[in-house]
Design a binder for this molecule. Sequence first.
Ligand code: UGA
Length: 441
Amino acid sequence: MKLAVAGTGYVGLVTGVCLAEVGHQVTCVDIDEMKIQQLKEGIPPIYEPGLTEMMQSNVAAERLRFTSNFQDGFEEADVIFIAVGTPQNTDGSANLTYVEEVAKNIASTAHKDTLVVTKSTVPVGTNNRLQEIINLTKLNPVKIEVVSNPEFLREGSAIYDTFHGDRIVIGVQSKEAAQQLEEIYEDFHIPIYQTDLRSAEMIKYAANAFLATKISFINEIANICERVGANVEEVATGMGLDKRIGSTFLKAGIGYGGSCFPKDTNALMQIAGNVAYEFELLKGVINVNRKQQIRLLDKLKQKYESLTNKRIAVLGLAFKPNTDDIREAASILVINELVREKANVIAYDPVAMDNAKQVLSPTVNFASTIEEALVEAEAVLIFTEWDEIKTIDLNVFAKMKTPFVLDGRNCFALESVKDFPFEYHSIGRPALNLESENLLI
Ligand code: UGA
């Protein structure tokens, strides 16, 4: 089967590469010519473990190609995946301009029956609307059916997730469409859950909102743990052993970031609001996350009345490990605030520094190693649980000007920190080696 994928962002590129990997003939289409040029040279525009190698080997096997010309990409395709961005409008709703543009391009190109598979996260009802747009604008008497196929992969483990997902959700209008999708996904050996268009669209938002809820819930428990002297990791483990609760997404920290949870929770608020439904629980989840993202800053300000000219080290900029993505990362939010408070910030991240440089004030300095970031620092704030950070020799902290460590991702076991001479605060766990009885809550 000949497949095309519109959009070479995270979802589109990973989908295209993985579909080629199981033997399909795939053309990835993007209007960004520079990106396409880069892809043709074998360089993915995103950092994702395993992606470069898999992409290059499929190009070499002539199963995967790239084009910036949609006609060239769509013309021969039996199935076209839409995986373009749905960025957030200022009111929190999803911007559907790119998705609709692709639908119109498909309608104007198709000269044979085509299946259009929407992978982009779109509000409930969008696929019906895309079907209407296509029906109204198609030039040839062909059958074009739109189906919904939301994506559940995570950045940083996108390839693994694509091949090991718990389920593939498809929202279809006909048996034929379902059969065609089953054929495409056959070699992934993942159970397929078939439903209607609107339910499939809702599954995506509900799943992300539920995961975000788990995170905000455990973060609130963590904040209470700090006050009552309990340890949130013990609590999460004990809770998670109950199969009805499950152990995943109960890791307390400085809240969720990235391009999905913040955007999708806001979009779901909009979807509910549009039908006059007040989604009280989700509103709380979003507010808790906002507060949690600045938790380390709050603690820092309890220690230092003024941050002016204080040298503050920041370790980890990406919104999570194994990605260079800094979108909605707590690190960026907090660094901007530190700069406003006239602190001298020196930051380090193994892969996200180039992206961070583009959005942060030029007064922020960047170190090429963890050790360099810590020189003369009066506090260090840890935002990402990179392996490189988690496996650091803890002696490095003792060399700071003021060995004061605020760990937003619980990178170190309390047991391993307790004998080192630095003050250590993490999330939802007892503080260690306090200079005074200041709990910093
Ligand atoms: C998320 C979902 O997990 C994917 O299933 C979904 O496909 C994707 O959004 C999307 O909609 O495209 P992603 O944003 O890549 O994936 O990353 P996650 O691993 O889910 O982490 C999101 C944020 O939550 C990160 O900032 C992470 O640090 C935080 N998190 C995650 C926690 O604070 N605690 C946890 O226990 C888990």
